[in-house]
Design a protein around this ligand. Structure first.
Ligand SMILES: Cc1cc2nc3c(=O)[nH]c(=O)nc-3n(C[C@H](O)[C@H](O)[C@H](O)COP(=O)(O)OP(=O)(O)OC[C@H]3O[C@@H](n4cnc5c(N)ncnc54)[C@H](O)[C@@H]3O)c2cc1C
Length: 413
C-alpha cells in the first residue's frame, strides 16, 4: 500500500485529478479505475469518506454510515489505479501550453496514520513520554484508525522513535510541502460545509453559537451518536436529561439574504434524528418546524409519515427567533398559518438545520488568457444531494470524463 503522503509523480499519462475524497470523489475514482483511467484522489483531511464518516445512521435505510463508506475507502486505498493523497489540499489549477497543472499543498503529520500499526514500539523507545495515542484534537472522528501522534512540546527530536518504528511511519521533519503535478482532467467533489457565525451566509436569528443547547445539524449527529453509549439524551449546558426537543428547518436556507437554495437533505436527516431519539426514548416530546416537508419519492414520504405516526409533532412554521430563555432552556418564537400570531415555546435542546453551503472550489480554473475552461463537478458541491445521489453523480461523472478522454485520444490519433 502506498504511503498517503508520498509526493506523486509530476506527470502520469492520462491521469485525472479528483478534488475531495467524500463518497462522490471515491466513487468517481473507483469507476474511473474500472475503466482503466488512473486517478489522483486528493483529500485535505486525515481520512477518506468526507462528511459521511461523521454521521451515525443514514436515511432511508437507517444502516450504519461508517461501514459502507469505510469499505469504499479501502477499495480506493487498495486500487493500483487510484493514488490517494491525504492531508493534501488542492490550492490552485491552471492550464499552460502542455495541459492542466494542479498545485497541491501537502501537510505531513509526524506519524502517518495509514501506516501506524499502533504497536507501541515508538512509545517504549521515548524517554520523554512524547508519544500519545491519537491526536486529542481529532478524537471525535470515529473513522480514523488508532494511531500514535507526537506531542511536539515534549519531543526533543532524538529520533529514537523513528528507528524503533517497524514500518517507517514516523517523519520528524513533518511540515508543509507544495508540489505541482500535470493532469489530464479534473473532477471537483469538494462537498459542503456548515455555515457558521462569521460566514456572511450565516443567519444570526437562529442563535447558533450563542447557547450550548442550540446545536447545528452536524453537532447533533455527534451528540446523538449511539457510539457515545448514552441511553438518555442530555443537554450540553448542564447535563440534565432533555425532555423537549425542537428541530428547526430551513434556518437561513431558501432565503435570499443567506443561502438562496434548499439543501435537499435536511428534512430527511432531521426526521432520522427525531425517529432514532423516539426509538430510544419514546417519552421525548419532539417538535419539527418545517416550511414544507421535502421528502421526494415513495420511500422518503413513507419515512416521514412513519415519524409522524411515532409521535414526532410536525408544525408548519419558520420560526423567527431562537434564543436563551431564562437560566435553563431555549426559547423559540414562531407563528403558524392556524394561529396567525407569534407565540413562544421553551425547549431543553434545539437543533438548527439548513445552513449547508457548497465548499468553495479551488482557484478559478482558467487558461493562460484567463478564460474559464471546462471541468466536471459531482456530489454536494455540484448540487445538494444525499449519499445515494452523490454516489450516482460520482459514477456518472467518471463515465463522462473517461468518454471525453477516449474521444480526445481517438481524435489525436
Ligand atoms: C447532519 C447531516 C446528516 C446527513 N444524513 C444523511 C443521511 O442520513 N443519509 C444521506 O443519504 N445523506 C445524509 N446527509 C448528506 C450527506 O452527508 C452528503 O450527501 C454527502 O456527504 C455528500 O458527499 P460528497 O462527497 O459530495 O461531499 P463531502 O462528504 O462533503 O466530501 C467532500 C470532501 O472534499 C474534501 N475537500 C474539500 N475541498 C477540498 C480541497 N480543496 N482539497 C482537497 N479536499 C477537499 C473535504 O474535506 C471532504 O472530505 C447528511 C448531511 C448532514 C449535514
Amino acid at each position: 500500500m502506498l504511503c498517503h503522503h508520498t509526493v506523486p509523480d509530476s506527470r502520469v499519462p492520462g491521469r485525472v485529478l479528483i478534488v475531495g475524497g467524500g463518497v462522490a470523489g471515491m466513487h468517481a475514482a473507483l469507476n474511473l479505475a474500472a475503466l482503466e483511467v488512473p486517478t489522483l484522489l486528493v483529500e485535505k483531511n486525515a481520512h477518506l469518506g468526507g462528511m459521511v464518516m461523521r454521521l451515525d445512521k443514514v436515511y432511508p435505510t437507517d444502516h450504519c454510515a461508517f461501514c459502507p463508506a469505510w469499505s469504499t475507502a479501502r477499495q480506493c486505498y487498495d486500487s493500483p489505479l487510484v493514488q490517494v493523497l491525504l492531508h493534501t489540499e488542492v490550492v490552485g489549477l491552471s492550464t499552460d501550453g502542455e495541459g492542466i497543472r494542479a498545485e497541491l499543498k501537502m501537510h505531513r503529520p509526524a506519524v502517518d496514520p495509514t501506516l501506524c500499526l499502533f504497536c507501541g514500539a515508538c512509545r517504549n523507545s521515548c524517554s520523554r513520554e512524547a508519544l500519545l495515542e491519537r491526536d486529542p484534537a481529532m478524537t471525535w472522528d470515529p473513522s480514523l484508525p488508532p494511531a500514535m501522534c507526537i506531542d511536539q512540546e515534549r519531543c526533543d527530536r532524538c529520533r529514537q522513535c523513528v528507528s524503533a518504528c517497524p514500518v517507517g511511519a514516523i517523519t520528524l521533519d513533518a511540515g508543509e510541502e507544495c508540489v505541482s503535478v500535470a493532469v489530464e482532467d479534473v473532477i471537483y467533489a469538494t462537498g459542503f460545509e456548515e455555515v457558521l457565525p462569521g460566514d456572511p451566509r450565516h443567519a444570526p436569528e437562529f442563535g447558533i453559537g450563542s447557547h450550548p443547547d442550540i446545536f447545528t445539524a452536524m453537532e447533533f449527529e455527534a451528540w446523538n451518536n449511539e457510539s457515545r453509549g448514552e441511553c438518555v439524551l442530555c443537554t450540553r449546558s448542564d447535563g440534565r436529561p432533555a425532555k423537549r426537543i425542537a428541530f428547526i428547518q430551513c434556518a437561513g436556507a431558501r432565503d435570499r439574504r443567506h443561502l438562496p437554495y434548499c439543501a435537499a437533505v435536511c428534512c430527511m436527516h432531521a426526521m432520522k434524528q427525531a425517529r432514532w431519539l423516539k426509538r430510544r426514548q419514546p417519552e421525548l416530546d419532539i417538535s419539527l418546524f418545517y416550511t414544507d416537508l421535502r421528502a421526494p419519492g415513495v420511500g422518503q414520504e413513507m419515512y416521514m409519515m412513519a415519524g409522524a405516526a411515532e409521535g414526532v409533532r410536525l408544525l408548519r412554521s419558520r420560526p423567527g427567533l431562537v434564543m436563551a430563555a431564562g437560566s435553563t432552556g431555549v426559547g423559540v418564537r414562531y407563528e403558524t398559518p392556524e394561529n396567525g400570531r407569534p407565540v413562544g415555546e421553551k425547549f431543553d435542546l434545539v437543533v438548527v438545520n439548513g445552513g449547508l453551503g457548497q465548499c468553495p472550489l479551488p482557484n478559478a480554473f482558467s487558461d493562460k488568457n484567463g478564460r474559464a475552461t471546462t471541468h466536471y463537478k459531482c456530489g454536494f458541491c455540484d448540487e445538494p444531494a444525499d449519499v445515494a445521489g452523490s454516489v450516482i453523480q460520482g459514477a456518472a461523472t467518471a463515465v463522462a470524463v473517461a468518454h471525453r478522454l477516449r474521444a480526445t485520444a481517438g481524435g489525436a490519433a
